[in-house]
Ligand binder design. Structure first.
Ligand SMILES: Cc1cn([C@H]2C[C@H](O)[C@@H](COP(=O)(O)OP(=O)(O)O[C@H]3O[C@H](C)C(=O)[C@H](O)[C@H]3O)O2)c(=O)[nH]c1=O
Length: 191
């Protein structure tokens, strides 16, 4: 399992070893000690799975507001995605910048995206299944989003934006500039 820090070094591309034989292939997709050694002590509390029927489906850019911010270990187990992580940590030198990689069922690559990032992907194949481990439980009241094609983010999505298949919720997400006030930690009580 190879860990590769990306241009925003808190985000890691993880390349599990694929062992092929006449039956198909085998790969270990997670091993806690190896992960802790590179990323640090992380505890996953929830696994998610999504199926997107068509190529050009967009999910994101999503994050949960503190104190329910989530770290995500994302992999594509069928089909292919262009996976994107946007740094939304207000004090980060790379605030508003993003990293992206193509994750496919074939390459088995994963992205580790720590809390403090918005996450989204577009599908590059039909019937694409994405699974991801989360460091915090889902909380609808803390669920937030940024407009996937916010021009300020400069994400070069490899799909036709006019033909993107997107939820009603994601079609009306605020731009980063408008959403920034939701990123600041909630004021401590009384201060
Ligand atoms: C995320 C989530 C959603 N839900 C419910 C809420 C809705 O009734 C339904 C679909 O939710 P949503 O439209 O937010 O699903 P996606 O658009 O795939 O969002 C996800 O995809 C992007 C790429 C992410 O990174 C997020 O983790 C996650 O927001 O599942 C749950 O019950 N539990 C959950 O953890």
């Amino acid at each position: 399992m190879i860990f590769e820090r990306l241009d925003i070094p808190d985000v890691c591309l993880i390349k599990p070893k694929t062992i092929s034989d006449t039956r198909g292939m085998f790969r270990e997709t997670f091993r806690q000690p190896a992960f802790d050694e590179v990323v640090g002590p992380v505890r996953f509390v929830q696994d998610n799975q999504s199926l997107s029927m068509k190529t050009g489906t967009v999910r994101g850019l999503h994050f949960q507001q503190v104190p329910m911010a989530q770290g995500k270990l994302v992999q594509c187990v069928w089909g292919a995605i262009f996976d994107v992580a946007v740094d939304i940590r207000p004090l980060s030198p790379s605030f508003g910048q993003h990293v992206a990689r193509i994750l496919t069922a074939e390459n088995g690559w994963q992205l580790w995206i720590p809390a403090g990032f918005a996450h989204g992907f577009c599908t590059l194949a039909k019937q694409t299944v994405v699974t991801y481990k989360l460091t915090e439980h889902y909380s609808a009241s803390h669920d937030r989003g940024i407009l996937w094609n916010d021009p300020d983010l400069g994400i070069d999505w490899p799909i036709d934006p006019q033909a993107a298949i997107i939820s009603d919720k994601d079609a009306i997400q605020p731009t980063l500039r408008l959403a920034i006030d939701t990123f600041l930690p909630e004021p401590e009580h009384g201060r």
